[in-house]
Design a protein around this ligand. Structure first.
Ligand code: NAD
Length: 371
């Protein structure tokens, strides 16, 4: 069996608390033959600043570049509010994304039936929802130049951001979306604004050509991003994979988060290019939530987003689909059994802490795996 090298970066706040549960799951899987994982650990964010005065050291970056997947907790907190800008905790996360060239951000929005009532939308709209948002992460208006505020000299200023995309950037994110769709329900919706933006015209052209050339078996639909946003809250289950640029993806993935109930439930993956030598992609997996300073140290953080992020690593980095299914099914079964952390509590359910939720999920994985 292949050995998978993981770099664990727990970070700050509840990051180490939820990572501790994934570490227990990894140890359990190693002990029961559900994979062979070698783990190393490193500091990132405020924890790295406290030790080394930078948000991530070159040595930790070298480990991130050498491993098969990075599993990231969360960074930040009031303790580091006044550290120098370039050493702020988020700089560690940004450097990882940049140096690993992670251009594809995958955010599944899954609404577990047991939690459908926690959504702000009606149960029938979200119950059983399972969509994947693929957001372009390293281009577009957040990075395009010029990016300035000019003084016009007459008491006025002018702010300029530049939306810019090249063909190769659209093709590579499109490929990620089409390949994912083939493993799901074979449908891609490409969101842009071709009616008012040149970048939307090119995005549409490139997606159309890529589809015809490499993925004719997948259904492709072009959607104007504003109308698509409306459809996402009207009837989100019509979508399977949504692919879009950095700006629209930022907004749409936060809307998708609200469809599913709680921040403590949402995993994400960021992927880079396939290495032709090994056939694997650079990848980082992390919960969507932050370091939650308000509940840090209380033992109440929900570890499900962290578990689900690890399940994505099993599926997308290691091809361990069956094992990923075990983890995801164990999460669903635990919720169905009425076991909840405080952030997702409901009437008649048993409220537990981080550790007990970890115990419940791991013992359910064991039952499903017959180990
Ligand atoms: P947050 O996600 O940390 O917390 C928002 C709310 O959700 C809080 O009430 C928190 O208690 C709750 N929450 C979040 N995760 C939870 C979990 N697993 N279980 C139970 N409840 C959970 O966002 P914030 O409060 O805006 O930011 C706090 C810090 O985290 C800031 O320093 C911010 O910069 C940082 N942050 C980091 C990341 C990251 O590391 N990727 C992402 C977002 C925010």
């Amino acid at each position: 069996m292949a050995t998978h090298k993981l770099l664990l970066l727990p970070g700050d706040g509840i990051g180490p608390e939820v990572m501790a549960e994934v570490k227990r799951l990894i140890a359990w899987m190693n002990a029961h033959g559900l994979g062979t994982f070698e783990t190393e650990e490193g500091l990132v964010g405020g924890a790295s600043y406290d030790a080394d005065k930078v948000a991530i050291t070159d040595a930790t970056m070298a480990k991130a570049l050498a491993c098969d997947a990075v599993i990231f907790g969360a960074v930040g907190g009031p303790k580091w509010a006044s550290v120098p800008y370039e050493a702020r905790p988020e700089a560690g996360l940004l450097r990882l994304r940049k140096d690993l060239k992670l251009y594809a951000n995958l955010r599944p929005a899954i609404c577990y039936p047991a939690l459908a009532d926690a959504s702000s939308l009606k149960r029938e709209v979200v119950d059983g929802l399972d969509i994947m948002i693929v957001r372009e992460l390293t281009g577009g208006v957040y990075f395009g130049e010029p990016k300035v505020i000019q003084d016009l000299g007459d008491g006025q200023k002018r702010a300029i951001d530049t939306q810019v995309y090249d063909t190769f950037e659209i093709e590579r994110i499109g490929r990620v979306a089409f390949e994912l769709a083939r493993k799901r329900n074979n449908k891609v919706a490409s969101f842009e604004k071709r009616n008012v933006m040149k970048s939307g015209v090119l995005w549409n052209e490139v997606m159309t050509a890529l589809h015809a050339r490499e993925f004719p078996d997948v259904t492709l639909e072009h959607v104007l991003a504003d109308a698509g946003g409306m459809q996402m809250v009207r009837w989100p289950k019509q979508f399977d994979v949504i692919v879009t640029d950095n700006l629209f993806g930022d907004l749409l993935s936060d809307i998708a988060a609200m469809l599913t109930g709680s921040l403590g439930m949402l995993p994400s993956a960021s992927l880079g290019d396939v290495d032709p030598a090994t056939g694997t992609r650079k990848a980082m997996y992390e919960p969507v939530h932050g370091s939650a300073p308000d509940i840090t140290g209380k033992g109440v953080a929900n570890p499900i987003a962290m578990f689900a992020s690890f399940a994505m690593a099993l599926r997308y980095s290691f091809g361990l689909a069956k094992e990923a299914d075990f983890v995801e099914q164990a999460i669903a079964n635990t919720l169905n059994a009425g076991i909840r952390t405080a952030d997702i509590k409901a009437e008649g359910c048993k409220v537990v802490g981080t550790r007990e939720m970890g115990d419940a999920v791991i013992s359910e994985v064991a039952r499903l795996a017959g180990a």
